[in-house]
Design a protein around this ligand. Structure first.
Ligand SMILES: Cc1cc2nc3c(=O)[nH]c(=O)nc-3n(C[C@H](O)[C@H](O)[C@H](O)COP(=O)(O)OP(=O)(O)OC[C@H]3O[C@@H](n4cnc5c(N)ncnc54)[C@H](O)[C@@H]3O)c2cc1C
Ligand code: FES
Length: 505
């Protein structure tokens, strides 16, 4: 379909308040937005993964991406909330005599200048994943990059972990495509990123972390963003041909094994297990999924969504053994608790993760009970029980203002937004407590599911749309109140609306 050339002007009456209108200028896709009495024009593709922003929503002075909910300021195109970091190019637009015309291209010539925020001392971040990287980026974008050091025991520089079970595993993305942007986006000095450096302990008394090589790194502010590690059941621990998926190098090892394999077994119908099943199927392997659940994902979103997702896999040839336990894997044959045996050249474990809290525990920080979600206890400002130490991302057990109780959430965008919020809080740019609504997405084959809110054990669900046709919103209830929604297809708009409505203002 031909796009409207916005350089030629359009009748102003065609532009409705807060409804992005798509067009082009000088060969670039752009959007026009009328908001708060002004008209503005921005690049039309999200800087995260290129979603068309004309299908996004304008909420609270931001345009929100339809795919993974990044937020861009309508003032200047700034990427305010993850997962996008790069701002949108802003175009000059003139409204005169009932005509709106885009007049000047908005391609940025270089990084925006960083403001000079007052120093907050030396910030050491343990962990270069979603939360640590986003926190460092926001501090560096504010001009404090020189004071920030990331220590990460992953040998790779920060990368997008969500690709590990999706396009990177399916061979649809190159290794370099998974890299996250340099923290700070080149605005002012970049933080130091020390990859392949493990932190062994925290000397709380003298405010320093001690690396595995016994180097001491002093801090004024310490941010723990150590993430989680995959659980490996005892039944497969010592077997050959067993793989987990957390890091890029985990994916490399699995991909290398998959090259010579014909059959893969996936243990666990978690999101990661199912994404791995989809990617390995796409890579040409015959995949069998073994899970304890009688329907995949039923505990998270109900059996209707679970059966829909199962059908997506079965259409592609995946076989399921549900309601079953794995009793043994000898490297080639899996034996189930009903005696069934399944041959496989490799086995991928996707039965969940546990937070990496050893450092925090040994330093004497308060740890949450497992039945309260586990992890490191933080308050609404993401402060741990020890002064000067903060925890964010998968390890943080924080008070959710909407639910009224603490939760620990394991999602990419949530971890990034906690990192961004903590940076803003340290800079004195936000008040109150962290209150963003958790959000995640999962991609399996060509289908994407969005989840907003948080309900650990739904006690009721309400369905809008048609789940079997992949166009639905399933609202999930905790203590009689709808606190989360899973959406697919045209109902994805509901996820964006709910996220905005549920965010603590
Ligand atoms: C394969 C996969 C796919 C996923 N897909 C999605 C998705 O599609 N959508 C979604 O919302 N979520 C997804 N997730 C979940 C998401 O990736 C996590 O919730 C998120 O990465 C958590 O961020 P984090 O910063 O807390 O931890 P992580 O990203 O795990 O980062 C932790 C970092 O800490 C480092 N570290 C730990 N201990 C030490 C130490 N002692 N010394 C030095 N460094 C240390 C680690 O090396 C790592 O760099 C996925 C997870 C995986 C594994
Ligand atoms: S494509 Fe826009 S947030 Fe991912």
């Amino acid at each position: 379909m031909a796009t409207i050339d916005l350089g030629g002007g359009i009748p102003a009456a065609e532009l409705r308040d807060d409804k992005p209108l798509a067009g082009s200028f000088g060969g670039d896709d752009i959007i026009l937005v009328r908001h708060g009495g002004k008209v503005c024009a921005f690049a039309g593709k999200c800087t995260h993964q290129g979603a068309p922003l004309e299908t996004g929503m304008v909420i609270d002075g931001t345009v929100r991406c339809p795919w993974h909910h990044a937020r861009f300021s309508l003032e200047d195109g700034e990427a305010l909330s993850a997962p996008a970091f790069t701002p949108l190019d802003m175009f000059t637009v003139v409204e005169a005599d009932g005509v709106v015309t885009v007049t000047v291209t908005g391609k940025a010539e270089g990084p925006r200048p960083a403001p000079s925020a007052p120093s907050i001392g030396r910030v050491v971040i343990v962990g270069g994943g979603a939360a640590g990287h986003a926190c460092a980026d926001m501090l560096a974008r504010s001009g404090l990059g020189d004071d920030v050091t990331i220590l990460s025991d992953d040998a790779d520089a920060p990368y997008d972990r969500t690709t590990v079970s999706k396009d990177y595993l399916a061979d649809d993305a190159e290794r370099e495509d998974t890299a996250l942007l340099q923290p700070g986006l080149g605005r002012g000095p970049a933080p130091k990123v020390l990859a392949g450096v493990a932190v062994a302990s925290i000397d709380v008394g003298s405010r320093a972390v001690v690396t595995a090589d016994q180097d001491r790194v002093p801090y004024d502010v310490l941010v723990l963003a150590t993430g989680a590690t995959p659980i490996t059941p005892d039944t497969v621990k010592s077997a050959e041909n067993v793989f987990v998926l957390r890091t890029l190098s985990d994916a490399d090892a699995l991909k290398a094994a998959a090259k010579d394999a014909e059959r893969a077994i996936v243990l666990g119908a978690s999101f990661i297990g199912l994404e791995a099943a989809a990617s390995l199927t796409q890579a040409g392997l015959a995949v069998t999924v073994i899970a304890r659940d009688s329907v995949p994902l039923a505990k998270v979103a109900g059996p209707e969504v679970g059966k829909f997702v199962q059908a997506l896999h079965e259409e592609k040839g995946v076989t399921f053994h549900l309601d079953r336990n794995l009793t043994r894997f000898d490297g080639h044959t899996a034996t189930l608790d009903d005696g069934t045996t399944i041959e496989g050249d490799l086995l991928v474990v996707g039965v969940g993760v546990e937070p990496r809290i050893d450092l925090a525990r040994e330093a004497g920080l308060t740890i949450a009970d497992n039945d309260a979600g586990g992890g490191v206890v933080v308050d609404a400002q993401l402060r741990t029980s020890v002064a000067g130490i903060y925890a964010i991302g998968d390890i943080a057990n924080y008070p959710d203002p909407r639910l009224g109780h603490p939760v620990r959430v394991e999602h990419w965008v949530h971890a990034q937004r906690q990192g961004q919020w903590l940076a803003r809080s340290l800079l004195g740019a936000v008040t109150g407590g962290y209150g963003d609504t958790p959000f995640f997405w999962t991609g399996q084959y060509a289908t994407s599911l969005h989840y907003v809110g948080h309900v650990a054990k739904p006690d009721h669900r309400r369905i809008e749309g048609n789940v079997a046709e992949g166009d639905f919103a399933v609202f999930l209830t905790e203590d009689g109140k709808e606190q989360a929604v899973m959406t697919c297809g045209d109902h994805d708009e509901i996820a964006l609306e709910k996220e905005a409505a549920w965010d603590a203002k």
